[in-house]
Each structure stands twice: as structure tokens, then as C-alpha cells.
Design a protein around this ligand. Sequence first.
Ligand code: GLN
Length: 461
Amino acid sequence: AHLDRIAQVDGVLHAFLQVDAEGALATAREVDAARAAGEELHPLAGVPIAVKDIACTEGLPTTAGSKMLEGWVAPYDATIVRRLRDARMPILGKTNMDEFAMGSSTEHSAFGPTRNPWDVTRIPGGSGGGSSAAVSSFMAPLAIGSDTGGSIRQPAAVTGSVGAKPTYGGVSRYGIIALASSLDQIGPCSRTIADAAALHEVIGGHDPLDSTSIDAPAPAALEAARTGAAEGGSAALKGLRVGVVKELVDGEGFQAGVKELFEARLQQLREAGAEIVEVSCPSFALGMAAYYLILPSEASSNLARYDAMRYGLRVGPEGVDAPSAEQVMAASRDAAFGDEVKRRIILGTYALSSGYYDAYYGKAQKVRTLIQRDFDAAFEQADVLVSPSAPTTAFPLGEKLDDPLAMYLNDIATIPVNLAGVCALSLPMGLAPEDGLPTGFQVIAPAQADERMYSAGAAVE
Ligand code: GLN
């Protein structure tokens, strides 16, 4: 059914870069046979899934949305892909994304944009627009995303679906193409909180192959989501201290309808017995600036591996007979990387250059500590923090392509979460009155309190 749906609508939406009908059907048939033979199966066995093209998959191309990796087939599976296969979840294919996960609209994909299922003239969010569009258009019940500054939560918000960014280190990144290693996190995309929680349990938990992996089992996320949803959420909401982060609501650029829906939701929570407290996190104002030093710095370093020598696209410089390795590298990187990737490599290389480290990267790291302290203080006053997930609904394709700063501002509410390594999810908040498009409600919980995030999220849902 999902493959049929893909055949029906993906010609327009372009959520997938590759569809593996044969592989998905083969797994589905194996599950049928195993079930018929009375074998004990994982509860998600046979449930199809779409995987963001940032995760290495044996036997299928992995491009990270870049010409640099066009046609490249990884020789091994990312740990999360292995875990999906172990659970016997059929992999439907690989989803579209902004090149190397840099962007908020999926328009920076080298293979053309994905369209928002709610309005195909608009963006599906980014960088994981493909995964969220696949889920919200019923091409897949579940998908994998990656979130470095909001790439799971912002697409979820603007496509009316659910997306969770687990605690930093909670899900293995072994075999995931690195963007900014101190921020990157893999997480679930779905249509309900319980589905996200169930998928989190499949992919989460310690992985010795990832040195940043937390040495703990996956959280009991599904149980938490069920507890939160009990009695229509009222049991979990009674007495729950919900902190409204002033800086994430009052900020400039928040669409009127987004604010209205957020206020209405707070009122519902209040009526259900939650205690709404206002908290202030003054250093969040510096989050965007710190992020756009830390991310480009780490990305410029991570992307140095695409040297056209070991793998990836290789072209010779024009008109040179016997080019040096350096000339080939320069020509290949020039031909293969898109504008946004180049912009960030230049920014990052500049920020890390000798003599500038303290002024830029070092200072940004200090801001990061301030943001962590603001979170610590806020979590003394509240059990969870909430905000709109994104300041606006989906904008028209092309609108912000020539204005990187305007594009960056779409992540204003999601970025502090990555800088601090805490966990957060986005759930549907309703359709904005002015344009009838989906909005998202963000629930943030402390590091390693993913269960609390799912339980509160399910109570609000
Ligand atoms: N949109 C943000 C950026 O462009 C976040 C990206 C991400 O989370 N991968 O950096």
C-alpha cells in the first residue's frame, strides 16, 4: 500500500531520492513467512520505514543530498539502519534532504526540492523535508531524521507531523554522514507521539561504535507515551509544571496565527490542571550567532574528507594536462558542492583560522555554556519547557533562497536545544487561521529525560 502511495504522489512531492520496492517487499515477505511459521517477531516487524539519505545503507545509494556523493553506495550499514533491519522493518527508500543537512527548506538538495503535501507550492521544511513529507502524505508510517539545529522538528511542524530530537548521544551516529558532530542527533519522524516513541526504542540505546553514545539502554519511550496519553492526558498534566520560554515566544518574526494557537494550547493545558510558569532564558538571544559559528566550524572540518581522492565525485580542472592532487581537489569541490555548503565551509574555515579561534569558536563555546545554564535554571522551575516549534508556517518555495539569514531564522526556537544537548519534540498544534497551514508545538525536557518528553508530549497531543 505504501509503495502504491509513493507511485501515486511522489512524482509531485519528490520526498524520495531512491525507492527500494524490491528490498522492501522482500523484507515484508520474510516477515509474513516468519509469522506464518510462528516465529516471535519484533512488534514493528513488517512496518515500513523511510530513511533520510544521511544514513549509510548497504546496497542503496547514500548521497546526503549532494552531487559529491551521487551514486555512492556505502559498504556498511549505519547502526540505526542495522537496528531497523534487525527488527525486520522494510526500508522503503532514502529521503530527500538539504545538501549535507544544511538548510530549512530542502531546496538546497542537489537533486531538486521536496514539496509540502499541504500545499505543493510551499517548502516541507528542512533539512529533513523528505522524511516529514513522506510521513505526512502517508507514503510511510515512520521515517528517520537527523536534527542538528531543528531538521527533524521544523519539518514536522510545517508538515503537521511529529518529530523528536532525542538527548545528544541517545541514538547512535555510527554510519551517519556528519554535519556538526557536537550537535548532530538522529531521531524519529511519525504522525503520532506513540509511533515516534516506538521507533525511538528500536534505534536508541548504547552503541560501542559511536564514542559519543550514552552508555544506557534506550528509554522506555512507548510506555511513557502511553502513560502520558492516559485519561486524555489529564492525569499527566495535573500539576505538571510547564515553563513557557519568554524568549521563544516574544521574539520577532513569529506569525500571529502561530502565537494565537500557542496561547490557545497553553490555555487548554491550564484548564487540564497544568501549572503554566513563565521562564526566561536571556542567553537564547545569542543562540543563533553561536550556532552559526559552531556549526560551520565543525562542518568545514567534517567536510574536509571529500577530497576527491578516496571517494566521491572527481573532476579535473579545465585545460590542465597533468593536474596536481590539490588542483583536482579544488576543481572537484567546486563542481560538487552547492552554494550553501560552500558558504558554510568558508565561514567555518575563517572562524577556525589561526589567531581567530578564541574570538569566534572559543567565544561561541562560552555562549553555549550560558545557554546550558539557562536551561538548568529553567528546569528548576519547570518539568518541561514549551514553545512554538517554528516561528511561521511553510513559506513558498524560492522565497528565502537568496536570503540565507531569513532562512536561518526559521530555526530560532529549535537551535538552543541542540546547543545544550537536551531533548525536544514537535507535535501538531493546529492550522494557522491566516493560511490554513500546519504549525508545531515544541516540548523540551532535560538531557536523558526523554521519557518525560514523550509522556508530556502525548499528554499535550
Ligand atoms: N536548518 C538548520 C541549518 O541549516 C538545521 C539543520 C539541521 O538540523 N541539520 O543548519
